[in-house]
Design a protein. Structure first.
Length: 462
């Protein structure tokens, strides 16, 4: 049944006329003798595939007989290919129910309104056929905002596309379209945009990994599609470790890590990101573990290692209060706060700036120059694990992996090969997601090589 045939008047429309998507069609209904029987026959006729079933449509309706409807009687709307005058088209269950008088088959008119049309059905009706190949269906969301990145050929229909998105997604109140490239025209990964539908209100609130993030989407970077990547990396961090988040944004790695008792030195160069990061740390009650910074990432890499060591030497710690106990409990039964010391070294560096993170790797040269005794074989402590996000060509062969390894080599002077991050000389390259037809986002994870970590820092060669 093609219930959603495109209305001719809607083709190539630049504005949305919802009335064009309403049509009435004849079908039949099973008038139920007693409303108590509705559940029984709904179940039976669902099994025989005779109930009129489309998304968002309720097949239980008031009886078409006005007198019966007045006393509250209901009917079950059935498929339009079943005929009132042709019982041979009915299932044995339906035939038996009518024979014993529980059901009576009657004509019924069904109205298919705009609210029953899916987004794709509406867009196929409006857009010219040559644009049906890649109808815009994917968009980023941040709270109540839907963020489109429309290709040029769809721009003449941008307002009608946005309005249908608004109609078909109850949680969306504002639809915007990006008008420049994130990360190329703005170093803070923010973007210019135009509002296509709804109010120009980009102050949003998002929940992720048990944390609450409130921010102005127009002033900071946020990508809901990276939630799995945030979770993947956070799962690697152990309570009591230190993570240096070099391009922390508003804290999608930092806040969840802090929740699990991981120390995070979280940095972002964007003053707006720093502002919201500071608020989010407080909002999620992770101030004991997460410290915000507003530095250039190049400088912060070495600074984080120095600050962590200094904090450890001072005896800095997180003080975790015990779970609430009854006020009537005697002091002897009230547990003392737990003190968790800051360790002397950073366990992980996260660099989630895929457009250029690999270009920051040279800053790790000399990271722990003169501090060899902090690490194995003198202690059980390993050198930091580096997690650098990057873009590379999308290919099924080794081309992107080889390219990433060469770019790492150009920065640190050590040749790594794809493999296991725990094996010296190897780098684990994880595919994060596709970002364009020929472009993919990766995360390169490797243990910082000793010859890089312990080499002289710039200006200390002699």
């Amino acid at each position: 049944m093609n219930l959603f045939r495109a209305p001719a008047a809607a083709r190539a429309a630049k504005t949305l006329d919802r009335t064009l998507f309403s049509r009435t069609m004849p079908t039949i209904a099973a008038s139920v003798r007693d409303n108590k029987l509705i559940a029984k026959y709904r179940k039976q006729l669902d099994k025989t595939n005779e109930v009129f079933t489309i998304n968002k449509f309720d097949p239980i309706a008031a009886d078409p007989d006005e007198e019966l409807a007045r006393v509250g009687r209901k009917c079950l709307i059935l498929r339009p290919d079943l005929k009132t005058s042709a019982p041979e088209t009915w299932s044995p269950a339906l035939q038996e129910a009518t024979k014993i008088g529980d059901l009576k088959i009657v004509p019924f008119d069904v109205t298919i309104g705009y609210e029953l049309w899916s987004y794709l059905d509406v867009m196929r009706s409006i857009l010219p056929e040559e644009l049906h190949v890649e109808i815009p269906v994917g968009f980023n969301t941040a709270g109540h905002v839907a963020h489109l990145n429309l290709r040029d050929r769809y721009l003449p229909y941008k307002h009608v596309i946005a309005q249908v998105i608004l109609d078909k997604n109850p949680n969306i109140r504002t639809v915007i379209n990006k008008t420049d490239d994130v990360g190329t025209e703005n170093e803070f990964r923010t973007f210019s945009y135009e509002v296509l539908a709804g109010p120009d209100d980009l102050l949003v609130e998002v929940s992720e990994a048990g944390c609450s993030f409130k921010f102005d989407y127009s002033k900071v970077y946020w990508n809901t599609k990276l939630s799995f990547e945030h979770h993947r990396l956070c799962a690697m961090f152990q309570p009591g470790e230190v993570v240096a988040d070099v391009m922390a944004g508003i804290g999608p790695f930092a806040a969840p890590a802090g929740k699990k008792g991981v120390f995070v030195w979280a940095n972002d160069k964007n003053p707006e990101s720093y502002k919201y990061l500071s608020e989010i740390i407080k909002r999620n009650k992770v101030t004991e573990f997460v410290k915000p910074f507003n530095q250039d990432g190049h400088d912060f890499i070495k600074q984080a290692a120095d600050l962590v060591l200094e904090a450890s030497q001072r005896g800095d710690c997180a003080i975790v209060k015990p779970a609430k106990v009854s006020r009537s409990a005697p002091p002897s039964q009230r547990p003392e706060p737990v003190r968790i010391p800051v360790p002397p070294t950073v366990s992980h560096y996260v660099m989630n700036l895929p457009a250029s993170a690999l270009e920051f790797l040279h800053n790790f040269k000399g990271l722990y120059h003169g501090q060899e005794k902090l690490f194995t074989p003198h202690t059980d402590t390993m050198l930091p694990m580096i997690h650098a996000h990057c873009f590379a060509v999308k290919a099924d062969d080794a081309t992107p992996l080889d390219d990433i390894c060469q770019r790492i080599y150009a920065e640190i002077g050590v040749q790594l090969k794809p493999g296991n991050a725990e094996v010296p000389g190897e780098v684990a390259i994880h595919e994060v997601r596709d970002v364009a037809p020929a472009k993919r986002m990766f995360c390169a994870t490797f243990r910082l090589p000793p010859e890089v970590a312990f080499s002289p820092r710039a200006g200390q060669e002699n």
